[in-house]
Design a protein around this ligand. Structure first.
Ligand code: SER
Length: 318
């Protein structure tokens, strides 16, 4: 069994929950500690500690007490909700991350995972097949905090040799957990509406194309990168990562192949401006070359699996 002792912050979030289960399979249940500011969905038998990421003293206590060797720092406020409280978002996302970096250096952690995002790109970034090294001019405080975090990761690697690994996640879609406060959340909500035979009112415009990824691919990518040989990693800011890109009308069309009478209408809100500042598709050649990344799911394969799993969830729940 693994000697790694893993701490996950934000373990109750959309990615954190699924990642925690997968890491427990890999490293053993008692070697993975979930922490979050909310404890709502944490299972009774999973190691869990309440943690507000702003509480530096408690964070240090937890790392010492559990003899942590690796951190997956998933706690963050996402793009859409971040705009309602920019200063709080900066503090949680950037100050929170700086605390983790200091801790990684102080306790000489083996590895650290920092999730970045397509929100680091901005209106000055080429929108199609966007390459790794492009101008970043994020327009949301979430994007600003994550692009700054990427630079801090690179700085810590250069200066202290801290082994930080990072992915610029596209929008993530999964049946296991719900996202909250993101601009890409529509692509999860739409499946829930479809399976419940409800019309979906989409908060993005019909032709808004964004990069997306199915949850099993996102989890596999994360673990693959964390297990990759250190000597093969050439990006210490954050790796571009890609699987598919689609618009709300294309995902609706994919759902209709399984649920033919599914209906969608469009009422774009403030999130449309955020989506419009992002890119449409990504060149992730560096991830493919450095750690053999390859996605398994395209849009239709994801629809089949999402609908099958959500149907089971809703029939069990009814
Ligand atoms: N899914 C995120 C958001 O929409 C992007 O990383 O904010």
């Amino acid at each position: 069994m693994s000697k790694d002792k893993i701490l996950i912050t934000g373990a109750n979030g959309q990615l954190g929950r699924v990642l925690a289960s997968e890491l427990r399979i890999l490293h053993g249940k008692d070697n993975v500690l979930s922490t979050d500011i909310s404890s709502v969905d944490i299972l009774d038998n999973e190691p869990y500690e309440f943690l507000d990421i702003m509480n530096v003293t408690r964070l240090h206590e937890i790392v010492e007490k559990h003899e942590i060797t690796q951190v997956y720092h998933m706690a963050a406020i996402l793009s859409a909700s971040g705009e309602f409280n920019p200063m709080k978002t900066w503090k949680v996302n950037l100050d929170g991350y700086l605390t983790i970096l200091e801790l990684a250096e102080k306790f000489q952690l083996d590895k650290l995972f920092f999730p970045s995002t397509i929100a680091v790109f901005g209106t000055t970034t080429p929108r199609e097949n966007t390459s790794q090294h492009v101008p970043l001019m994020p327009s949301t405080v979430y994007g600003i905090s994550k692009s700054s975090g990427e630079l801090w990761s690179n700085y810590y690697y250069d200066r202290y040799g801290t082994d930080i690994r990072s992915i610029r996640y596209p929008g993530i879609i999964g049946y296991q957990s719900l996202p909250s406060g993101g601009t890409t959340d529509y692509a999860v909500e739409i499946y829930h509406a479809a399976v419940k035979s409800e019309e979906y009112v989409c908060f993005l415009a019909e032709e808004t194309r964004l990069p997306m990824m199915y949850m099993p691919d996102a989890i596999r990518a994360t673990i693959q990168l964390m297990q990759a040989d250190k000597n093969n990693l050439n990006i210490r800011t954050s790796y571009n990562l890609s699987a598919m890109s689609f618009t709300p009308s294309e995902i609706a069309e994919s759902i209709r192949k399984i649920i033919p009478d599914f209906k969608i209408s469009y009422e774009p809100d403030h999130r449309q401006d955020i989506a419009a500042s992002w890119i449409e598709s990504i060149d992730d050649g560096m991830a493919r070359r450095d750690w053999n990344w390859k996605e398994e799911y395209d849009l239709d394969a994801m629809s089949v699996d999402m609908i099958k799993n959500l149907r089971m969830q809703y029939s069990v729940g009814s």
